[in-house]
Ligand binder design. Structure first.
Ligand code: AMP
Length: 291
């Protein structure tokens, strides 16, 4: 595995592979890698001749009072994990190279960015879309791998790629969970022991919606109330939102149908956690709840 900081050097390396007819898979991350990231990397290594992983804690997707400064960083460990998985190139650009002082171009996907995470984190998806557009321009992958864990982000990226005619296939990968159901996240490292225990309440609430849907409940209000009740049963959790939404448009629904998404966000202490599940869809697209 080779590690690149310079855009031009990575480009030259990948140009040779592309000219050779090799397929390039890309996994953009912010580092502090866990099994969720590794599942994307494995999928890419399995599908593509070369896999590029980027590690870049993207400042433009953090709000002014968010955790940019304390976001976990461990490049030595991340690099070892990538090497072990058979990654071809690790790209670790600097903030100055990704955002030169005179840069003035932004990518926005305004409708999909409006609700849920966008409403709670103004500017977040503009930062995500912009950095992904730049990384896609640099790497020019055939396929890029994203986790369903960040469902709204996945939709924003799919929309951007379609709208900007980018010749990239976006591959959605199922959410990897801890044994108690908590979705893996670099931010779980912020939780102390008691907070960590409490954090599983979010996936429990989503699984409850899934269970009720499978038992025949089709009222979004009922499913939402059931999720709120589960979350309110955990005194350490503060609810940001729970919702049942259309899986492509994210529009709020009254009547729920197969394939809709249940989404939620909570705060535990100073840590914000998000998660989602699809309802009634038994595809390998989605990790099932633990038995
Ligand atoms: P991040 O480093 O948090 O920006 O995440 C990088 C990529 O990994 C994104 O596509 C995430 O959706 C994906 N990812 C993060 N956590 C998980 C998880 N638990 N399961 C699957 N994919 C994940």
């Amino acid at each position: 595995m080779r590690t690149f900081q310079q855009i031009a050097e990575l480009r030259a390396h990948l140009r040779a592979a592309r000219d050779d007819g090799q397929t390039i898979g890309f996994v953009p991350t912010m580092g502090a890698l866990h099994e969720g990231h590794l599942s994307l990397i494995r999928r890419s290594c399995n599908d593509c001749d070369r896999t590029v992983v980027s590690i870049f804690v993207n400042p433009t997707q953090f709000g002014p009072n968010e955790d940019l400064d304390r976001y976990p960083r461990d490049l030595a460990r991340d690099s070892r994990l990538c090497q072990e998985e058979g990654v071809d190139a690790l790209f670790v650009p600097t903030v100055a190279d990704m955002y030169p002082a005179d840069a003035d171009t932004w990518v926005e996907v305004p409708e999909l960015s409006k609700p849920y995470e966008g409403a709670h984190r103004p500017g977040h998806f503009r930062g995500v879309a912009t950095v992904c557009a730049k990384l896609f321009q640099i790497v020019q992958p055939h396929r890029a791998y994203f986790g369903q864990k960040d469902y709204q982000q996945l939709l924003v990226i799919q929309r951007m790629v379609a709208d900007l005619c980018m010749p990239i296939t976006i591959v959605a990968c199922p959410t990897v969970r801890e044994p108690d159901g908590l979705a893996m996240s670099s931010r779980n490292a912020y939780l102390d022991r008691e907070e960590r225990e409490a954090a599983a309440v979010l996936s429990r609430a989503l699984f409850e919606a899934q269970r009720l849907f499978e038992a025949g409940e089709r009222s979004a209000d009922e499913l939402r109330s059931a999720m709120v009740r589960v979350i309110e049963s955990e005194p350490r959790a503060r609810l940001d939102y729970v919702a049942i939404a259309h899986p492509q448009t994210l529009a709020a629904l009254e009547t729920v149908h197969d394939g809709c998404v249940a989404l939620g966000a909570i705060r535990i202490g100073g840590t914000r956690l998000i998660d989602n599940v699809l309802l009634g869809v038994t595809l390998n697209h989605q990790a099932r709840r633990p038995a």
